[in-house]
Design a binder for this molecule. Structure first.
Ligand SMILES: Cc1cc2nc3c(=O)[nH]c(=O)nc-3n(C[C@H](O)[C@H](O)[C@H](O)COP(=O)(O)OP(=O)(O)OC[C@H]3O[C@@H](n4cnc5c(N)ncnc54)[C@H](O)[C@@H]3O)c2cc1C
Length: 432
């Protein structure tokens, strides 16, 4: 394992997509009606729109860790409503999975974002949503801005140990009174000499009870709401930081979600990421990667749920025939599979464009919206076909039903995605 990843570290090229258009004709060659269907999410796939053998090798290494170090313990962690973040992140960090597209000088693999998408898809093989989400916070949600805009000193102190899995990070954006409306956060960081004094609080903080530091969004001036915010690396062991409660949730059980207060917390101004006042912009950019990561991550459990529903309904007989033989059942599953493939195509297209340097805000928002809606539809339809079994805690479909509900709420609710898409369509009232 270690050798395999050392090989990956040394030999993997920094992949750039030559030209997205060149892939488009290629597809028609393999679309013979008589040909056997290819596994769509299998790591063996080679004729792939964005994944190469290197992507697949990375996924295979990760799959081994998931099967050995994570999946056997899921039930225990779901029940405890906590998983050992430091232990799991150290295992993942030692193999490079927490810094796939991060600079090599800080321990990253130095690959492009398509590899993060491949890793996110593979993490979808974890048999719950909470742990992949916690990993995603560490690798793709709380660290992109630091990697892009942070000073060398900050990267050394915070990014490097986070990539290595020695430090756990959380993202402090949402507050009790500000989730969808990020611009209206109230937490303040006021300059006093060489320090910021922080007062306020954060809500819904994933990894919040275990984190060593927070990527904090705070108001650093009284200026206009899009230009008065900054991102700050905040060590979580400072006096005045109170993790007041672990929030009880209907899903994502093994992931800890905290409410946190700041009471005159003093942090050096050098912990500022990039420029003061640019925090809102940095966070919006960070959200793009978070949303694409989230879409990639949910594709795999969607496919798993369809597959397990096929297997269950094929063997379960009622009225003298397998449930699957009812046209309403197999047609519905075919419809859902079609939707999953459409979403996958949108994700790969957005990823390819992102890697090529395009602004994919509109496509990423569409993909996130579609993923949330489809997860609800798919989990509800499939759960129905399991009958009473689907209503038990013993089957994956019921866990996915609970966990995936977050997709339409977290990281920007469906309505927020619709507002962004409308902005790009120039249809928001009052905006041109
Ligand atoms: C399990 C979990 C983990 C999370 N992890 C983190 C984390 O690590 N860090 C972090 O900062 N945040 C985190 N969040 C917060 C999450 O991003 C917010 O819950 C989300 O942004 C929605 O904010 P809110 O809960 O305040 O809902 P509100 O902003 O109160 O919105 C409520 C509802 O209003 C509707 N709505 C919103 N905007 C519009 C609109 N423009 N038009 C019409 N209707 C609208 C939507 O239906 C929305 O669901 C997490 C949340 C959960 C539940």
């Amino acid at each position: 394992m270690a050798l395999c990843n050392r090989v990956l570290r040394l030999k993997l090229p920094i992949q750039q997509f030559p030209n997205y258009a060149c892939y488009q004709n290629k597809r028609t060659y393999s679309e013979k009606v008589t040909s056997m269907p290819k596994p769509v999410s299998s790591v063996e796939t080679t004729d792939h729109l964005i994944y190469t053998h290197e992507h697949n090798a990375l996924r295979e290494s990760l799959r081994k860790i998931i099967d050995k170090e994570i999946n056997p313990f899921i039930e225990k962690w779901e029940e405890a409503e906590l998983f050992p973040a430091h232990r799991i992140f150290k295992i993942l960090g030692s193999s490079g999975f927490l810094g796939v597209n991060k600079p090599t000088e800080y321990g990253g693999l130095g690959l492009d974002f398509s590899y993060n998408v491949a890793v996110a898809e593979e993490l979808g093989n974890i048999r719950c949503g909470g742990i992949p989400m916690a990993i995603g916070v560490q690798s793709d949600m709380a660290t992109p801005a630091l990697a892009r805009y942070g000073s060398a000193e900050l990267k050394k102190e915070f990014l490097q140990p986070t990539i290595a899995g020695d430090k756990v990070v959380c993202l402090g954006v949402s507050e009790v009174g500000a989730g969808s409306d990020v611009a209206s956060i109230k937490t303040k960081a006021v300059r006093k000499g060489d320090d910021y004094i922080i007062n306020g609080g954060k809500m819904w903080t994933t990894n919040g009870t275990q984190a060593d530091w927070m990527c904090l969004l705070a108001n650093t001036s009284d200026g206009p709401p899009h230009r008065n915010k900054s991102l700050i690396c905040l060590p979580m062991n400072l006096p005045g930081i109170h993790v007041t409660r672990k929030i009880s949730k209907i899903g994502m059980k093994s992931s800890d979600t905290a409410e946190i207060f700041f009471d005159d917390v003093r942090v050096p101004c050098k912990n500022l990421i990039g420029e003061e006042g640019m925090g809102f912009t940095y966070q919006m950019l960070q959200f793009q990667e978070e949303r694409l990561w989230g879409v990639a991550n949910i594709l795999t459990p969607m496919q798993t749920v369809i597959q397990e529903t096929i297997e269950y309904t094929r063997q379960r007989k009622i009225f003298n025939q397998p449930i699957l033989h009812n046209q309403t059942v197999h047609f519905r599953l075919a419809e859902l599979e079609t939707e999953v493939e459409l979403l996958r195509s949108l994700l790969y297209r957005a990823t390819a464009m992102y890697v090529n340097g395009s602004d994919v805000t509109k496509l990423a928002s569409m993909a996130k919206l579609k993923a949330g809606r489809l997860a609800r539809e798919l989990s509800d339809s499939c759960l129905q076909f399991w009958g009473g079994m689907g209503f038990t805690s013993d089957v994956f479909v019921s866990r996915f039903y609970r966990d995936s509900r977050l997709m339409s709420i977290g990281a920007g609710a469906d309505e927020v995605m619709l507002s962004i898409i409308c902005k790009y369509m120039e249809t928001l009232p009052g905006k041109k």
